[in-house]
Design a protein around this ligand. Structure first.
Ligand code: ATP
Length: 368
């Protein structure tokens, strides 16, 4: 095989059937995960689902109990057989609480892992990374003189400096305030892509994962529920957990009749689900498109406004929808920009079906 072809086929990280338990309590349950060279994969999931444990196993900070871990197609961990220690794995680590060397300056912290380079090359590389992460002015400062967010950026630069085959980042932006976080995420992604570093990044923030990831692996209770591009997870979620993880949804029950479910805001197709099945219908707030018509209060319309709130870039409408059977349903709609109709204002709604999902109800029951 030609060298270039081999490089294309390599997997930067491959974890196969990894299980892990702490004191009889299994927290990682048969995980398969790969990261391709140059790819950024985000491990996303609620607190306690096992993300950090998985990352620590990849780093070698936890001993593998079951399964296998390979780096660049070389097995680096097999239970009871092989455990290459963290410092020999050619992996860059930046964790939430990554400690910098307190007695070294920022520049010395970043050049620490570059002993194989000449002094001038070391310095140039560290200065370039510090500048890309907005920390050039602090090169001669010491860690105690920096804020938590600044320390995190230095830790990132230090991890990136030796150009590791794999970067393992655990909530690397958690101590940054919201405005700075956006910029540093952007800068970090730019650096990761420029360096071509394969990256596994842990976060519990869906927006962060969507921004950073080529692929997201969404975890729940020790298992990966769905892996795919941000678009695949957002637009083709596999189950209700995946839908709700990406934000608020309007949920309602229904029954499939002639391939559709009747809801107070219109008919929703239920592809591949048999007639008579009880289903859960999930409608994202942005799926409710408000049709602006100058209707007088009391006019016949599908809905009326209960409350409207300006959130900044969008407005949140609390609607009461009137179903044909006389029932009412309360829903949230999110519309771009400033749109603040008065309470009681009648309003018509169009449903964007691409943001509506139908799943068989948890205890699937046939209705006769
Ligand atoms: P978070 O987002 O809150 O950091 P996480 O998804 O990264 O959560 P882990 O830190 O991997 O989750 O923890 C998974 C489970 O394992 C939790 O129930 C946690 O309490 C438990 N756990 C983690 N480390 C240990 C340990 N060293 N000893 C015992 N239990 C542990």
């Amino acid at each position: 095989m030609k060298a270039t072809q081999k490089a294309l086929n390599e997997t930067a990280l491959a974890m196969h059937q990894v299980h892990h338990a702490f004191d009889q309590h299994t927290v990682v349950k048969g995980v398969d995960l790969t990261v391709a060279p140059g790819e950024v994969v985000c491990l996303l999931g609620p607190s306690g689902c096992g993300k950090t444990t998985l990352l620590r196993i990849a780093a070698g900070l936890e001993t593998l109990q079951e399964g296998s871990v390979s780096l660049q197609d070389e097995q680096i961990a097999a239970p009871g057989l092989r455990h290459i220690p963290p410092e020999k794995r050619n992996v860059g680590l930046a964790f939430q609480d990554s400690a910098l060397f307190p007695h070294l300056s920022v520049l010395e912290n970043v050049t620490f892992g570059l002993k194989h380079l000449s002094t001038s090359n070391r310095r140039a590389r560290a200065e370039e990374l510090l500048s890309q992460l907005g920390m050039a002015a602090y090169a001669s400062s010491y860690p105690h003189m920096l804020s938590g967010g600044q320390q995190q950026r230095v830790a990132l630069a230090r991890a990136l400096a030796p150009e590791p085959q794999l970067m393992l980042l655990d909530e690397p932006f958690s101590s940054l305030d919201a405005r700075l976080r956006d910029r540093i995420r952007d800068d970090t992604l730019h650096v990761l892509k420029k360096v071509g570093a394969a990256t596994l990044l842990v976060t519990h923030d869906p927006e962060e994962a969507m921004f950073m990831a080529d692929r997201i692996a969404l975890m729940r209770d020790g298992c990966i529920v769905q892996t795919g591009t941000p678009r695949e997870l957002y637009c083709s979620p596999k189950d209700p957990f995946v839908v709700t993880f990406f934000g608020e949804v309007n949920e309602m029950d229904g029954v499939v009749e002639e391939g559709h479910v009747a809801t107070p805001v219109g008919f929703v197709p239920a592809e591949g689900i048999a007639d008579g099945t009880r289903v859960q219908v999930m409608i994202r707030p942005e799926a409710l498109r408000v049709i602006e018509r100058d209707l007088p209060v009391g006019a016949h319309a599908h809905s009326h406004i209960v409350m409207a709130k300006l959130l900044g870039r969008s407005s949140l409408l609390h609607l009461c929808a009137h179903a044909d059977d006389g029932l009412e349903a309360h829903l949230h709609a999110r519309v771009p920009g400033v749109f603040l109709p008065a309470e009681g204002q009648p309003i018509d709604i169009h449903l964007d079906l691409s943001q509506v999902f139908v799943f068989p109800a948890a205890e699937t029951a046939q209705v006769s």
